[in-house]
Design a protein around this ligand. Structure first.
Ligand code: SF4
Ligand code: SF4
Length: 662
């Protein structure tokens, strides 16, 4: 005890209880703020082992952060140092009260060695953190006083504990085994020839300083970005376990008078929790194609807006007037409309934040409640409504692309194992009609039993849903589900990752449980594995593969398209620096295929990278950019043409490459 007698014991207990009580009060107030959100559509407390495994991997294992070789180990060191330090904190207050350490730690080698080891790790990690904040200064991090204060407080906790240990060793003459940091500190005191009174004073001062920093830090937490220490494990645990590519429906859509989110309580409690949990690390922003091409959207700011407005408004009774979150003051409509729903942000976020659902909730409010949307996407929505395709071409011409192919059609009595959902791009867009014809040749060569829906096929509704028109999406999904049911269809494949994602992950919300929904990359790779397809012609060219967001990040299909490309004889498969789950979007997702783009185009940014990858290595003289998505194919073709005045490599679908080699 740093002093003697009952006065110090009472002082310690009073200060400790007051500090912990104040922290609990402020932390509970934050929980109450979160509880103002509306209920989640899906359960968030089910599948506990799966959720616990995610916490173990991502929170305790730092699996996402460790992808960065500098900040990953640095953060892991601080995290584990702090976790282990917790035992030392308990010991510290216990010793202050009782005069002796906890019996199972007192003088134990394991205890002192592990504490000193983790203290050393934290100090090294802190030095790295200061270096990063002050010297290398990555763009995604803002240099704020708060960030430096937090690093200083962590350092203060460690240094004062080591000072305390040093004064104790110097006073009583024997270092605990393993206390390799305290012993040198003791020699400093001894070198200064400090007497017993001076050492008692140094011990007491270190003790109170250590206690003040610990309790001060604890009470700073609820007001700082380090609130994530409290919320991150819960935020990861409570993350959606629905399929990644599925957006949630609007419950009771028909009975509502307003839709989407305009004020904070119209967001779900998990969305509000995301805002409070954001660590401001900027990892999402760094990967966001909209942000990286100068659009006003920052997925980090999206969360900070929620946090700041939530704290500013505080607790209000239900129905009280609220400040709109989508406004010139907070998240602007330009930000809301810049998102391609590429999921790069969610893939990077270390605390399990879910960005896309919030953006779509804002869009739903703008489109359905306010009727506010830019002219071009509005035209696409009108086309979908009138003609069931965004191009606005007559739905009676949906099969014109296959006039010469004599494809089996369910409506004309065909019976088949698979339904080929051609999709609007394959049916109406010239470039993608050619891909559809190539795919038909591949399927026929492999003897696949398939039929199409012909003019009974409707738009899948992906763009309508992501542009916020849930009404229209619902109508489209229900119409297609009815046709599937009419013909007893159980297995569907499509060449479009958007249709694939919607049919596979979203149509079950409309009462259909298909046995299998496959993307053509899966089907072709299966046919190759079964020996039903034998590409023979030597391609002798280089193919740079571009991962589609809706195939990759939304559905984890990275290997299949590469397997297909690898099967083409003579073809050299090349990668761009940003590939697989760090692929850069083409710019067409989220309904932005139909929107006007200002500033640097996302597809130009991506195509520059693709052109660089095409230019070097084997087969470069006849390189191409391979895609497995009609939207990507369009954006890549247009981007390459813009950048090379039509003289660059071609963008080609994987099905066309296989067809050419048969
Ligand atoms: S989904 Fe993509 S475009 Fe939208 S905020 Fe996230 S990273 Fe940016
Ligand atoms: S949303 Fe996630 S990735 Fe983005 S700044 Fe916040 S914590 Fe970092």
């Amino acid at each position: 005890m740093p002093g003697s007698g009952i006065v110090f014991a009472v002082a310690e207990v009073v200060i400790f209880l007051a500090a912990v009580g104040l922290f609990a009060y402020n932390a509970w107030k934050k929980v109450l703020l979160i509880r103002q959100g509306k209920p989640e559509w899906e359960p968030r407390w089910d599948r506990v082992p799966e959720r616990a495994a995610a916490v173990a991997l991502e929170v305790f294992g730092h699996s996402r952060l460790l992808r960065d070789p500098f900040s990953g180990p640095m953060h892991l060191g601080i995290f584990w140092g702090f976790t282990v330090l917790f035992l030392s904190v308990i010991n510290f207050f216990w010793e202050g009260l009782s005069g002796s350490a906890l019996p199972f730690t007192d003088g134990r080698l394991w205890y002192h060695l592990s504490m000193n080891l983790f203290y050393a790790i934290v100090l090294v990690a802190l030095a790295m953190a200061f270096f990063r904040r002050l010297v290398t200064r990555p763009k995604r991090l803002e240099l704020t006083c708060e960030a430096l204060l937090i690093l200083g407080l962590i350092a203060g906790v460690i240094v004062t504990d080591v000072m305390l240990d040093g004064a104790r060793i110097a006073r009583h003459g024997a270092a605990a085994p393993g206390a390799f940091l305290g012993a040198p500190m003791a020699s400093v005191w001894l070198a200064m020839k400090a007497g017993p009174r001076c050492l008692d004073l140094a011990y007491a001062a270190s003790w109170w300083l250590h206690a003040a920093i610990l309790l001060g830090f604890l009470n700073f937490l609820p007001f700082s970005k380090h609130l994530h220490i409290m919320f991150a494990p819960f935020n990861v645990f409570l993350r959606s376990l629905a399929p990644k590519g599925a957006l949630q429906p609007i419950p009771g859509i028909e009975e509502r008078e307003f839709w989407g989110a305009h004020v904070l309580p119209e967001l779900s409690w998990k969305m509000l929790m995301d805002g409070l949990t954001c660590t401001e690390c900027g990892r999402c922003e760094e990967r966001c194609p909209a942000n990286q091409t100068g659009k006003p959207l920052s997925p980090k700011k999206l969360h900070l807006d929620i946090k700041r407005l939530l704290v500013q408004e505080g607790l209000k009774v239900p129905g009280a007037e609220r400040e709109p979150i989508v406004s010139d003051e907070w998240t602007k409509t330009d930000e809301v409309w810049a998102c391609t729903t590429c999921r790069a942000c969610e893939t990077e976020c270390p605390v399990g934040n879910e960005h896309i659902e919030k953006i779509v909730e804002y869009r739903r409010h703008l489109v359905l409640t306010q009727g506010s949307i830019a002219r071009q996407p509005q035209i696409a929505l009108e086309n979908m409504e009138k003609h069931s395709n965004p191009w606005g071409l007559s739905s009676s011409t949906r099969m014109d692309w296959a006039k010469t192919l004599d494809l089996p059609v369910f409506g004309k009595g065909a019976k088949a194992e698979w339904c080929w959902f051609v999709g609007c791009a394959g049916a109406f867009d010239d470039r993608n009609q050619r891909v559809a014809r190539d795919l038909a040749a591949v399927l026929k060569a492999a003897g696949v039993s398939f039929a199409v829906l012909g003019t009974e096929e409707g738009c899948c509704g992906d763009s309508a849903r992501r542009l916020g028109n849930e009404y229209l999406f619902k109508a489209m999904a229900e119409a297609n589900v009815e046709v599937f049911k009419k013909y007893g269809i159980r297995k569907v494949f499509t060449a479009c990752p958007h249709g694939f994602n919607t049919l596979k992950n979203e149509y079950p919300q409309f009462g259909i449980d298909l046995e299998e929904v496959a993307h053509h990359s899966q089907l072709i790779s299966r046919l190759l594995a079964e020996g039903r397809l034998k590409p023979v012609k030597d391609a002798a060219r280089r193919a740079v593969y571009h991962d589609s967001c809706y195939l990759g990040r939304h559905n984890d299909l990275y290997a299949q398209p590469r397997t297909v490309l690898a099967a083409v004889p003579g073809l050299t498969l090349a990668e761009m620096p940003r590939s697989r789950d760090r692929s850069f979007c083409c710019g067409a997702g989220g309904g932005l295929m139909w929107a006007e783009e200002h500033g640097e185009r996302v597809n130009h940014n991506r195509c520059k990278e693709a052109l660089a990858a095409c230019a070097e290595g084997a087969g470069a003289q006849d390189a191409c950019v391979a895609a497995a998505c009609p939207f990507c194919l369009t954006m890549l073709s247009d981007g390459i043409n813009d950048l090379t005045q039509g003289k660059g490599p071609k963008a080609v679908d994987i099905a066309s490459l296989v067809a050419a080699s048969l």
